[in-house]
Design a protein around this ligand. Structure first.
Ligand SMILES: *Cc1c(COP(=O)(O)O)cnc(C)c1O
Length: 467
């Protein structure tokens, strides 16, 4: 399988090189040249398979010759063997229409573990084959950083420099990052907000004098392999609810548009999906974009669902590429206009194409809290604020659509226990796998939000590029 950039001028890469590159060198995002297909029979055959085997069948077309099927199976067995639930991503029934797909049984209590645990092993495998060292630099509002650190700690072939905004991640999220003492993990608390941290990371990648010295890569959801790994649970859930004979709908708490894009990929591969419901909080750029084509950046408002407090959704570019008929020149012009003006009007034909798959719904704080209480009072399920936003959107559309509605439960309620307690009046208990978190020592460095200071810190600790 070959991968091309949405901006059309970066080199075409295979799966291994795409995974290690993260971002394309022309500023675009990598996508496969075509969508591997699973026939109805092949989808029917997934019924009853465990998560690992499902992952092999769904991913092998994307991986191509980069790994044998046995290597892939062993890798998934290792990645998912550590999950706290034998089903890996179990479905929980709420009422006659609604299900939760629990994606939070990994080490850091959020869905990002599902992809990151396998991505860490892919990195290690590919780097040892090439005898290369990688320097991973990322910015996090909490969940990406903790999942990446859990997956990459102690792997000698790479270093991780993770920037988080000082004082603006939850205590659980911070401790999940800063109590990891592995020598290849470097936590930096930036004196600024998440946008400042993100801007520093972008500036480092775009600074040739700095970037040229190290083998830089990224682990946020611009990395194609993460999206591939997330398509697996759409198949896994849908076949359990009757696919391919039944069309299943998914409601997805959305920030960077990675998780819901994986659902779109599953549909392109042949999985019969009804609607993909994009749930946003009051930071609703995606809801506006999909409802009337208004993709314009607003002001980021902090909410109880911080992993969705985002205005620019990196992965939306991948959908736009398809909506523009995979015309890289037209997409590049549109994205350059967006970067300059902070707004883009999606042409009516493209918007109509998006409407074949996507609905969207904006959920405010009241509707989130009401839904969180409903799930607890009526179904006995304590859910986190991100999941409550997804479920609220799913419930808003249920009357207009047919078939089961699966809400992706993206975080364990204990990860956002203060917000859950405020809404439901019940304090979620910490799962035993993270119960020692508050007894451990923390280690991190505080740096000003200045490019020079952060580059100097990283340069003093990173391994220089040799070839
Ligand atoms: C990252 C995250 C999201 C948003 O997912 P995207 O792929 O960025 O759209 C939603 N909920 C939780 C708990 C997250 O950590």
């Amino acid at each position: 399988m070959e991968y091309i950039s949405t901006r059309g001028t970066a080199p075409i890469l295979d799966f291994e090189a795409t995974t290690l590159a993260g971002l394309a060198s022309d500023g675009g995002l990598y996508l496969p040249t075509h969508w591997p297909q699973l026939s109805r029979d092949e989808i029917a055959d997934l019924a009853g398979l465990d998560y690992v085997e499902t992952a092999v069948r769904v991913c092998r077309g994307f991986v191509g010759n980069a790994l044998t099927e046995d290597e892939l199976r062993a890798l998934f067995a290792q990645a998912y063997g550590s999950f706290a639930h034998a089903a890996v991503t179990p479905l929980v029934q709420l009422d006659s229409r609604h299900w939760l797909l629990e994606l939070f049984h990994g080490p850091t209590l959020a869905f990002k573990d599902v992809a990151m645990q396998a991505l860490g092993l892919l990195f290690e495998k590919f780097l040892s084959r090439r005898d290369q060292h990688l320097t991973i630099i990322g910015a996090t509002s909490g969940d990406t950083g903790s999942a990446a650190i859990a997956a990459l700690a102690g792997r000698a072939s790479l270093d991780v420099f993770m920037l988080h905004p000082e004082g603006r991640v939850s205590d659980v999220q911070r401790r999940q990052m800063t109590t990891v003492m592995a020598p290849n993990i470097h936590n930096i608390a930036v004196q600024g907000n998440f946008d400042d941290a993100q801007a520093l990371v972008k500036a480092m990648f775009n600074d040739p004098a700095f970037a040229g010295r190290f083998n830089l890569s990224a682990v946020n959801s611009i990395n194609w392999a993460r999206l591939m790994l997330q398509t697996v649970y759409y198949f896994y859930a849908a076949v359990r609810l009757g696919a391919p004979g039944v069309k299943v709908n998914f409601a997805v708490p959305t920030g960077n548009f990675g998780d819901v894009f994986a659902g779109y990929v599953a549909a392109q591969m042949g999985l019969p999906i009804g609607r993909l419901i994009v749930a946003t909080n009051v930071n609703d750029i995606l809801a506006r974009a999909l409802a009337n084509g208004d993709y314009s950046v607003g002001h980021v408002e902090p909410t109880a669902a911080p992993s969705m407090d985002i205005q620019v959704s990196s992965n939306f570019e991948r959908l736009l590429f398809d909506l523009y008929g995979r015309d890289a020149a037209a997409l590049t012009a549109a994205m350059q206009g967006f970067e300059a003006d902070k707004k883009l009007v999606i042409p009516p034909a493209a918007l109509q194409r998006a409407g074949n798959w996507f609905d969207s719904h904006r959920v405010d704080a009241d509707e989130m809290a009401l839904t969180l209480r409903w799930a607890y009072a009526e179904c006995g399920e304590l859910i986190d604020p991100h999941t409550a936003i997804g479920l609220a959107a799913g419930r808003a559309f249920a009357a207009d659509i047919n078939g089961p509605v699966v809400t992706l439960a993206t975080a364990h309620p204990a990860k956002f226990r203060d917000a859950v307690e405020r809404a439901a009046g019940v304090r979620p208990t910490m799962p035993t796998r993270v119960s020692g978190l508050f007894d451990r020592e923390e280690r991190y460095d505080v740096l000003p939000a200045e490019l020079g200071a952060v580059e100097a810190f990283i340069a003093a600790r990173a391994v220089a590029r040799t070839a």
